[in-house]
Design a protein around this ligand. Structure first.
Ligand SMILES: Nc1ncnc2c1ncn2[C@@H]1O[C@H](COP(=O)(O)OP(=O)(O)OP(=O)(O)O)[C@@H](O)[C@H]1O
Ligand SMILES: [Mg+2]
Length: 303
């Protein structure tokens, strides 16, 4: 509703994982590079982890766009499946016909392995991408590992990309999954954006929607990092609300108080005041340490 008012052609802060809006922070760039190189290596698994809302799914969408044409991808978005259901879903995704009456682990596995061999013969690489992989059950992960057993002298015929929240790392530390853990050839943990990256992120998303960073005052931009901790999804939610509030009040520039009001509406005023206070404490602490260091330096000059 505020698009015309701010001269935007699209909603800059939608929370859909649209790769067209991807801002390549150094970490997002590294994450994408790790996955891309990992898939070119001979091993079976690559893994991307990160806190909630840091951009894992968005990066994986970008990866999908960049895969060579001779790649067949099976995507699993809801991995709360049994091993049998997982294999059936892999068959569906890879276009493998099967007889549901015969469904068994062995039946599905044989069909998938035959398809992997056919793809390989035809020069097609097969990639299985699993988002929200922290929800996979250990026995399902073990079944996945068995699927990656098929290999030529040079490489695995199935590459698996596991994407998930930090719990995925814990899951793979389990003793019964150590064989799988050893086969992960590339892993990357995505961290939140730093303060300068938050401003570039906001500028980037606005520019894709034909807007300009001057819609936010410099103080508001500082507050965005302070309140969101650099988590992209939270930034989007709060910036979208801040633009709505500014539009309602007919303010052409989003100032800090409007941004804080938007943050309070979405996160609650207790969370917002807590984050402002912890930032103040941090600044006071830093100033104190700096003062001590300066005092110590001056003291030494006079000794
Ligand atoms: N580097 C980025 N550039 C542009 N937008 C981003 C970036 N990272 C995240 N976002 C945006 O933040 C929101 C959350 O991203 P995404 O869904 O990819 O996070 P996630 O890590 O997969 O979250 P979850 O842990 O809930 O699965 C989306 O709107 C996405 O477009
Ligand atoms: Mg996600």
């Amino acid at each position: 509703m505020y698009l015309n008012y701010f001269g935007l052609t699209d909603n800059p802060f939608s929370i859909a994982p649209n790769p067209d809006y991807l801002y390549m922070s150094p970490r997002h760039k590294e994450a994408l590079a790790h996955l891309t190189f990992g898939l070119r290596e001979s091993g079976g698994f690559v893994m991307l982890t990160g806190e909630v809302g840091t951009g894992k799914t968005t990066v994986s969408r970008k990866l999908l766009q960049q895969l060579p044409d001779n790649t067949q991808v099976a995507m699993i978005l809801n991995p709360t499946l049994s091993a049998l259901e997982l294999l059936a879903t892999v068959c569906d995704e890879l276009g493998i016909a099967y007889d549901a009456d015969k469904a068994s682990l062995k039946y599905f596995t044989d069909r998938i392995l035959a398809k992997l061999a056919d793809n390989h013969q035809a020069g097609v690489n097969t990639v299985l991408m699993i988002d929200e992989a922290q929800h996979l059950m250990p026995e399902v992960l073990e079944q996945l590992r068995l699927l990656t057993n098929l290999e030529t002298n040079r490489e695995k015929l199935l590459k698996v990309v596991l994407i998930g929240q930090p719990e995925l790392q814990q899951l793979l530390k389990r003793n019964e999954l150590r064989q799988l853990a050893q086969r992960i050839t590339a892993r990357y943990h995505l961290l939140p954006l730093t303060a300068p990256e938050v401003s570039s992120y906001v500028a980037h998303r606005l520019s894709v929607a034909n807007g300009d960073i001057s819609i936010f005052s410099p103080q508001a931009l500082k507050a965005i990092h302070q309140i969101t901790g650099g988590i992209p999804r939270v930034i989007n939610l709060l910036c979208d609300r801040a633009l709505t509030l500014s539009f309602t009040k007919q303010h052409a520039v989003v100032k800090k108080p409007i941004f804080l009001a938007a943050a309070e509406q979405i996160l609650g005023d207790d969370v917002v005041s807590q984050r402002i206070q912890s930032q103040r404490k941090w600044m006071l602490g830093t100033a104190f340490v700096l003062a001590l260091l300066v005092g110590f330096g001056i003291g030494r000059l006079y000794v």
